[in-house]
Design a protein around this ligand. Structure first.
Ligand SMILES: [Zn+2]
Length: 245
């Protein structure tokens, strides 16, 4: 949890360098371009506060492009750790699957202190996830709620095939409405990758609907234009994060 406000001597130096180069849109949320190499600094409060939700989403698209092209920023984690140790000003909260192949911060090329991250199999919402998102946005100032599904999701496949195992059964039950709602011609089994991916996309859409329905706090912030709640699908093949709106 964050300590606000925070002293930020290390950040000021970074901010000065960042402002001089004014490369926010080009190099990502808190990045800046140096003559020979691209470094990524920790995000400052000033940087985050002046960005709109749309600009933050655009910076994620740019970050994912860098990831796909193998041109990620050079993250100086030691500097990012030091710059963010007195406080955090993340721009977004991301809800994604636990799948080891879908680490949101890497796919979007962001560093320490730039995003809150909630991960649960099948990127479903529940009261604790909503509470975390409400903290992220209403208390800590994040401006984007990003729900990220992914292709070939084992949790989605398990929900389709009605897998049962301990506590997993209850989790998969939360994905089953997306199975039923997915309009799909052809084999509606977990063996059909196209169907699994179609359900995963429906699941993202339904998770967003549930967030709006079950969190008046986030719904109000969205209606006031202070945050945006958006969905996306990460493609394991190719590495693209497709934004659904
Ligand atoms: Zn998954």
């Amino acid at each position: 949890m964050s300590k606000l406000p925070a002293k930020e001597p290390a950040r000021r130096t970074l901010l000065k360098r960042t402002a001089a180069l004014s490369a926010l849109a080009i190099t990502g949320i808190a990045g800046f371009t140096a003559p020979s190499v691209t470094y990524a600094a920790a995000m400052t409060r000033e940087q985050r506060d002046k960005m709109t939700p749309d600009q933050i989403i655009e910076s994620f698209k740019q970050g994912n492009m860098r990831f796909r092209e193998g041109k990620m920023q050079q993250h100086d984690y030691v500097a990012q750790k030091q710059a963010s140790q007195g406080g955090q000003y993340p721009a977004a909260v991301i809800l994604s699957c636990i799948d080891s192949r879908a680490p949101a911060e890497i796919l979007l090329d962001v560093g320490i202190g730039e995003t809150f991250n909630a991960r649960v199999a099948g990127n479903i919402q529940n009261d604790d996830i909503l509470g975390s998102m409400e903290f992220a946005c209403a208390v800590a100032g994040a401006k984007v709620v990003l729900v990220m599904g992914h292709t070939a999701c084992g949790a989605v496949r398990g929900a389709i095939d009605k897998a049962e195992l301990g506590n997993l059964t209850g989790l998969l039950n939360k994905i089953k409405p997306a199975v039923e709602r997915t309009v799909f011609e052809g084999d509606r089994s977990g063996k059909n990758d196209a169907f699994v991916d179609a359900v995963a996309k429906t699941n993202v859409v339904m998770t967003i609907e549930e967030i709006r329905k079950n969190s008046p706090v986030l719904k109000k912030l969205e209606e006031e234009g202070k945050i945006k709640i958006v969905g996306s699908m990460y493609h394991l093949v190719g590495g693209k994060v497709d934004f659904l709106s």
